[in-house]
Design a protein around this ligand. Structure first.
Ligand code: GDP
Length: 525
């Protein structure tokens, strides 16, 4: 093993920030990029945010080329480490890609709005991280506003997400009364607005966990309250365990305010102490492949269509799992055994796309693709002969009936649907007997991308009829009796011919479960 390569790989920290829209992910990302010197001015990422556009303006967003691609992966150097932040879009951008991105990271940062607590999208993304057993770090944001009691927020973490928590620091006051953070981990107090509160930003704590001597903050009852809370937590709360953090069983919790840049730097520094370097990924037989292997390998977790009609190509995002990438290297595409020269590749920076020369395990590269790649594909160099484990499929929640507008164009319609389904852009179901096509997705944007790409890449205009949201549950073929199907639970089959019901709502599903108590219904992730 090459020692230099090992050091390079160990310097990588590749993670995603997960949150519900508006919790402050963009604001924190900006702060992190600022610390890394990757942007000079806050507001840069913000201005590019799709949230600025109306929902249906997805094409407008994509037209401003480079935007979504460059903000998909942000790379910068900080404190001797190379950081890769992978974006997990929210709002209307939410899609299966968002989930799959979590397959490509080594840890996750969960941002929670202190007033709103745990929201639906956070919960969904958390579930995927949990399934992978990756470390999850929590940042409770917007401390400059009045929010829920910190103890209640911890209780919510444990009850709703069923993860143990360990507060690394603790708020002293909140909203207008925010005085600082009691940093239990570093045994310091971090002062909010130090210019108004005694001058120093950090004050060391003495052996009793108190500020030595006089300080204005000690006059406040909020300080006493924080000391009391911390004492309670130290006594009755979880203890810190690096091993449990590494296994994703315990989440270190940090408080702060991204907007006023309070607590973010402390969070980043502490996070980097514990965030894992690239870990081994498993192949399809379950064998772990070391990231320090000399040979290059990686898998494709996302394919982004290029919406510029002048460039039909797409970009395939590769998570490097082992070895080193060199521009122009020859690799094998495991699915087809085809040799491919990786000449046309790109690396991602905060503000621009740059041509990548070299990248190692942990990094993400973008390959220009003219139709060779599918989501989940493995690429490897030399004789490695690896196929990484399949990416999971996610239970779709929204459905649309789809038809070719022009019956004369059935052929290109079917070709387009099949390719986009194979690529993982959307999921396909068919009704029993009549074989009507139904598309499934986790986010609305997937339908829009589908429609656009069908027209522009396959010259097939489609008619889509919304069916709204449904609950998809699979049933064992041997259990199936077609009379179980009703207007409230449509019977369909997936692309592997496995039967499933699309339930109208929770009520319809419960009704079914009551009527057929012995039938097991399952979902994907
Ligand atoms: P995202 O949707 O998770 O990316 O959230 P944004 O970063 O865009 O933030 C959503 C809104 O919350 C914006 O108006 C931010 O200015 C605001 N915001 C973010 N962080 C804070 C914070 O720490 N305090 C306050 N008061 N507002 C914040």
């Amino acid at each position: 093993m090459d020692q230099k390569l090992k050091e390079e790989v160990q310097s990588r920290k590749t993670f995603a920030i997960i949150s519900h829209p508006d919790a402050g992910k963009t604001t924190i990302t900006e702060q992190l990029l600022l610390f890394g010197g990757a942007i000079r001015q806050a507001g840069t990422v913000k201005g590019k945010k799709s949230g600025k556009f109306a929902k249906s303006d997805w094409m407008e967003i994509e037209k401003q080329r480079g935007i979504s691609v460059t903000s998909s992966v942000m790379q910068f150097d900080y404190d001797g480490k190379r950081i890769n932040i992978l974006d997990t879009p929210g709002h209307e951008d939410f899609s299966e890609d968002t989930y799959r991105t979590l397959m490509a990271v080594d840890s996750a940062v969960m941002v929670i709005d202190s007033a709103k607590g745990i929201e639906p999208q956070t919960k969904k993304l958390f579930k995927v991280c949990r399934m992978r057993g990756i470390p999850i770090f929590t940042f409770i944001n917007k401390l400059d506003r009045d929010g829920q009691e910190p103890l209640d927020l911890l209780a919510e973490l444990e009850e709703v997400l069923e993860i143990d928590s360990y507060p690394m620091n603790w708020p002293i006051g909140m909203g207008k009364g925010l005085l600082g953070l009691y940093d239990n981990y570093h045994k310091k107090i971090e002062i909010h607005r130090p210019e108004e509160n005694g001058g120093e930003r950090f004050i060391d704590l003495n052996e009793d966990g108190e500020i030595e001597g006089d300080h204005p903050i000690k006059m406040s009852t909020l300080y006493d309250q924080a000391l009391e809370d911390v004492a309670l937590l130290n006594e009755a709360g979880n203890s810190f365990s690096e091993e449990r953090v590494a296994n994703g069983e315990l989440t270190p919790v940090f408080f702060g305010s991204a907007l006023t840049n309070f607590g973010v730097e402390t969070f980043l520094n502490t996070y980097l102490d514990f965030a894992p370097s690239p870990t081994a990924h498993r192949d399809e037989d379950g064998e772990a492949i070391s990231p320090y292997s000399d040979e290059f390998s990686g898998f494709i977790f996302k394919i982004q269509a290029n919406m510029n009609p002048a460039h039909r190509d797409r970009i395939a995002f590769v998570r490097i799992c082992s070895g080193e990438f060199d521009r122009g290297m020859d690799v094998t595409l495991a699915r087809t055994n085809k040799k491919i020269k990786l000449g046309n590749s790109t690396q991602f920076m905060a503000e621009s796309r740059e041509t990548v020369q070299k990248a190692v395990a942990g990094d993400i590269i973008g390959l220009y693709d003219t139709g060779n790649f599918q989501i989940g594909d493995t690429l490897y160099a030399g004789k490695m002969n690896v196929q990484y484990e399949k990416l999971p499929q996610f239970t779709p929640e929204m459905f649309m009936k789809v038809n070719a507008k022009n019956v004369m164009k059935q052929k290109s319609f079917h070709k387009g649907v099949n390719q986009l389904v194979q690529e993982g852009a959307i999921q396909l179901y068919r009704t029993f007997h009549t074989e009507d096509y139904i598309l499934g997705a986790v986010g609305q944007l997937q339908f829009e991308v589908f429609q656009y790409r069908m027209l522009h890449e396959y010259n097939a205009e489609v008619v889509m009829t919304p069916m709204g949201s449904k609950i998809a549950r699979w049933i064992k073929p041997e259990d199936l009796d077609e009379n179980m199907s009703s207007s409230r639970n449509l019977l369909v089959k997936d692309r592997h011919d496995q039967p499933l019901f699309l339930f109208e709502n929770q009520f319809a599903m419960r009704w079914f479960a009551d009527k057929y108590p012995d039938i097991e219904l399952t979902s994907l992730l």
